[in-house]
Design a protein around this ligand. Sequence first.
Ligand code: FMN
Length: 171
Amino acid sequence: MEVSEAIGSRRSIRRYKNDSIPPEFVDKILQAGQLAPSAGNLQGREFIVVQDSTTKDRLSDAALKQRFVRDAPVCIVVCTNLPRTKNKYGSRADLYVLQDTAASVMNMMLQAVDLGLGTCWVGAFEENRVSEILKLPQGIRPVAIIPVGVPDEVPDMPERLGAEIVHYDRW
Ligand SMILES: Cc1cc2nc3c(=O)[nH]c(=O)nc-3n(C[C@H](O)[C@H](O)[C@H](O)COP(=O)(O)O)c2cc1C
């Protein structure tokens, strides 16, 4: 698949078929996350792969009861690892680790499209509850839950702002 086709056809998928996902597909998606750029190549990010149904159920509750989090066969919780980047970059690291995670999330979502899978970037959740469910150590913050599954819907593309947000040479 062309990159432009993956970018253009990716949609947030919130309904999944019951089919499971082969482990090699999960590995490929994780590898795509690893290959994303990061500040100083410090890779201030961590990936927690959740397949246990009780844990997914609890994550779904923590994500304001967004049920598709529970229904997806796999969820990848992407976290920042601030200590890994902070030593080198000080206060800039707060922004860098968020960018490190965002870049990896997008790579993983596009890789999933190429594998015929659907994802959704879930950012609405109670952070403390997710941290507790996943036993995250100090300094590790969950920023996105990415449910992954075989799509069971074909959503329309939500409108984009287009030229309104593009500026040339100055604001
Ligand atoms: C930071 C962030 C947080 C998001 N959180 C949620 C969420 O909690 N639940 C959800 O259903 N979609 C969530 N989304 C998905 C957006 O709603 C979606 O990307 C947007 O409506 C555009 O649709 P598209 O992804 O199909 O292009 C989030 C997206 C981003 C980037």
